[in-house]
Design a protein around this ligand. Structure first.
Ligand SMILES: *[C@@H]1O[C@H](CO)[C@@H](O)[C@H](O)[C@H]1NC(C)=O
Ligand SMILES: *[C@@H]1O[C@H](CO)[C@@H](O)[C@H](O)[C@H]1NC(C)=O
Length: 318
């Protein structure tokens, strides 16, 4: 595939910079993007020259979900050497997919070592489901609305942006040329949950996010399936059945179906409506670099050209 000259220039420029926690010269924890695109964007038999010095998963890239008031998401790292050179210093903001390989966990509530506090006002709504009904397939799920301004990220979907202001992060391993291969789940907060995936950015007429942390692996049919074809370019409501975006903060354990609603003050500047809005997502894949490669390809910024999220919004008035 073609790689823009400007991108090669940026990669070459930042190659000499130093990112904390990574070996000298490394600016992100991910497989060499040029190598991966040469090899078809998936299997990578070589050891990682940028294997992090601070562990796997990296303390700065661990997520967790306990309830609607205690969780961490991986989001573009505002302190990233690469993102500063390629975006912030030029007055630009990265999208979620632009920042793959340069993430940082930002937390609401408990902030474990290596994580940072979520910027105030970033989380506009959050709903959590605990599903421990099937041993070996237990998971926690969170979703809600974002205000992308305090996060310094671009979430507006435009026709020029093939990802429509969205993207996926996950704990897919280095061997598969995934990004964030050294991100993972905080074992103090979600013991035994080894994998996660999250999507964020445009989920319709306003930005949002969804994430699961899971037992087991990323295999097909598992709660944190990232292996089904096209899974990483599908919307939240498609990959997390039953998910509905709406206002507020809540927690539900599927074992007893009891919903606990929590009242919080959130800045209302970006909230457009007092009605309950049900957002369902469908996804169209406008173009795919190599449809025979496994689904993880679309979470690789150079190999991913692809999805945009189309929204159908239905307002209910009570
Ligand atoms: C809970 O998780 C199991 C295992 O993945 C799944 O089969 C079931 O549909 C989930 N229940 C709900 C209510 O989502
Ligand atoms: C697409 O990916 C498959 C599987 O990795 C590979 O065999 C094939 O050569 C690739 N095709 C192109 C055009 O890159």
């Amino acid at each position: 595939m073609l790689i823009p000259v400007s991108l090669i220039t940026v990669i070459a420029t930042v190659a000499l910079a130093q990112e904390p926690g990574l070996p000298a010269g490394c600016v992100g924890s991910y497989p060499d993007p040029l190598y991966c695109s040469d090899k078809g964007g998936w299997f990578n038999p070589n050891p990682d020259k940028c294997f992090p010095l601070d562990g796997n998963p990296r303390p700065s890239e661990k997520v967790y979900i306990q309830d609607e008031s205690n969780f961490c998401l991986n989001l573009p790292n505002r302190n990233s050497v690469y993102l500063n050179q390629a975006y912030y210093s030029q007055g630009r903001k990265p999208t979620i997919v632009d920042a793959e390989g340069y993430v940082q966990s930002y937390c609401v509530g408990g902030v474990p070592p290596g994580a940072l506090p979520m910027p105030a006002g970033a989380i506009q709504a959050a709903h959590v489901i605990k599903n421990f009904t099937i041993p070996g397939q237990r998971y926690m799920q969170i979703w809600g609305y974002l205000n992308c301004d305090p996060l310094n990220i671009e979430c507006a979907g435009t026709a020029a942006d093939p990802f429509y202001g969205a993207g996926q992060y996950d704990s897919g391993a280095f061997e598969h040329c995934g990004k964030e291969p050294y991100s993972g789940v905080n074992q103090d907060k979600n013991p035994g949950f080894s994998v996660y995936y999250m999507k964020a950015g445009s989920v319709g007429d306003r930005p949002g996010f969804c994430m699961r942390v899971c037992e087991g692996d990323h295999g097909v049919g598992m709660p944190c399936d990232i292996s089904s074809p096209g899974q990483d370019v599908k919307g939240c409501a498609t990959v997390m059945p039953g998910l509905v975006f709406n206002e507020g903060f809540s927690f539900m354990d599927v074992a007893n179906q009891v919903v606990t609603t929590v009242t919080k003050d959130v800045p209302t500047t970006t909230l457009a409506s007092t009605s309950n809005t049900v957002v369902s997502q469908t996804v169209s894949v406008s173009s795919v670099v190599n449809t025979t490669t496994p689904s993880k390809s679309a979470s690789h910024p150079l190999a991913s050209v692809g999805s945009f999220i189309t929204l159908i919004c239905i307002s209910f008035f009570f």
